[in-house]
Design a protein around this ligand. Structure first.
Ligand code: ZN
Length: 193
C-alpha cells in the first residue's frame, strides 16, 4: 500500500474535476520527482490563491484587491454594464478585448426547478448598482439556456420604465454552447451587436 502522505496527495488530486484514480496517481508520482522549489511553488500557489482571491466589492468578479482592476480602471466606459453568470466569463470577454465597459457577476441564474430564486443570485446588489450608477445600456451575457432567458426577462421587467437600453448577447451563440468553446469571432460579433 502507498504511504499515508502519498495516499493523501493522490486523494487531493482526485478532488479536481475530471481527475480519476489513474491520473491522480500519475500526477502524484510526477510531483515526487520534481525538485523541492517547484513543488513548494505548486503547493503555495494553491494556499495563497485560496487566501487572497476574493470577490470584488463592486462587480463580484474575482480579484485579490477590495475593488478589482477592471472596476477601478478609469479609462473604461462607465455607461455600459455587462451582466454575466460567473466570474470566468469576465476573463473570457477580456481576452477577446472588444468590450470596454463595466461588469457585474451574478451568483448564478434563476432556476425555479432547482429552487434557485431571484434573491439567491444577488439581484438586489445588481439593482442597487443600476439605480446608483447611471448606465445607458445593460447587456446580459449569459450562456444560452432557459435559466439565462428567465433571468434576463426577470431583470428586464424590473428595469422597464427606466431609461436604460437592455440588450442580450445571443445572436450567433448556439443554445447549450459553453462560452469557452464558442469561437472568438462569433462572440466578438455578438458583443459588437
Ligand atoms: Zn470589480
Amino acid at each position: 500500500m502507498y504511504p499515508e502522505s502519498l495516499k493523501n496527495l493522490i486523494e487531493s488530486f482526485k478532488m479536481l474535476p475530471g481527475v480519476g484514480e489513474k491520473t491522480a496517481e500519475r500526477m502524484a508520482f510526477f510531483l515526487l520527482n520534481e525538485d523541492q522549489e517547484r513543488t513548494n511553488f505548486f503547493a503555495n500557489s494553491i494556499v495563497i490563491a485560496k487566501e487572497k482571491i476574493r470577490k470584488c466589492s463592486m462587480c463580484n468578479g474575482i480579484t485579490d484587491k477590495v475593488v478589482c482592476d477592471l472596476c477601478s480602471n478609469e479609462l473604461r466606459n462607465k455607461k455600459i454594464l455587462c451582466v454575466v453568470e460567473d466570474p470566468k466569463s469576465i476573463f473570457l470577454f477580456e481576452r477577446i478585448g472588444s468590450y470596454n465597459g463595466q461588469y457585474h457577476v451574478l451568483d448564478g441564474l434563476i432556476s425555479p426547478l432547482d429552487g434557485i430564486n431571484p434573491e439567491d443570485i444577488g439581484i438586489d446588489k445588481l439593482l442597487d448598482r443600476i439605480y446608483n450608477e447611471s448606465f445607458d445600456e445593460i447587456i446580459f451575457a449569459f450562456k444560452p439556456s432557459i435559466e439565462g432567458e428567465t433571468t434576463s426577462l426577470y431583470i428586464k421587467r424590473i428595469l422597464d420604465g427606466l431609461n436604460i437600453k437592455v440588450t442580450r448577447l445571443a445572436s450567433g451563440v448556439p443554445i447549450g454552447a459553453d462560452m469557452e468553446y464558442v469561437d472568438r469571432l462569433t462572440l466578438e460579433r455578438a458583443l459588437n451587436d
